[in-house]
Design a protein around this ligand. Structure first.
Ligand SMILES: [Zn+2]
Length: 160
């Protein structure tokens, strides 16, 4: 695995990304700014990241642009390599853009990962989506094979 890329925690707005961690089960482990300690076990993860600039990409045949802000994406890794391998990919900037999330992680100004052994990304989305400040931004993003969630990407706006 590539060496982790050191990243500062995105703490430019009060509450971020602590509000993500606070919403997750106590068993969630925090992997701030790197994957050196990422586990081999399988489960779900949340990526809390900050976009400093707008990110434009093609989505379902149309152009989309996400504005700067704080976002959280949830996914799962039950294949070979587990969460460690998956997060290693998310934290690399030079990668083939295979998934839509790759456009965002390649441009993120700061990123923190939370991992939950045996967890479900849909459960993460349900927990976060029930909290004030979190909302879906692009229907179907990351959830094309999921019937339960509107998307697997949330934006977080600090309470006014
Ligand atoms: Zn889902």
């Amino acid at each position: 695995m590539d060496l982790p890329r050191p990243l500062p925690a995105p703490d430019d707005d009060a509450g971020w990304p602590g509000c993500v961690g606070a919403a997750l089960p106590p068993s969630a482990i925090v992997l701030p700014g790197g994957v050196a300690a990422a586990p081999r076990w399988k489960g779900a993860y949340a990526l809390a990241f900050t976009l400093v600039d707008p990110v434009a990409f093609s989505y379902r045949g149309a152009g989309h642009s996400l504005p700067p802000g704080h976002y959280v994406y949830a996914g799962s890794a039950y294949g070979p390599g587990g969460i460690g391998a998956r997060l290693g990919r998310h934290f690399r900037r030079d990668k083939k853009r295979h998934w839509h999330i790759d456009h965002l992680t390649a441009s993120a100004g700061g990123m923190t990962a939370f991992a939950i052994e045996g967890g479900s990304e849909c459960a993460i989305l349900a927990r976060l989506g029930a909290l004030p400040g979190f909302g879906h931004v692009l229907a179907g993003f990351g959830s094309s094979d999921c019937a339960a969630c509107r998307s697997h990407l949330l934006v977080w706006r600090p309470p006014a």
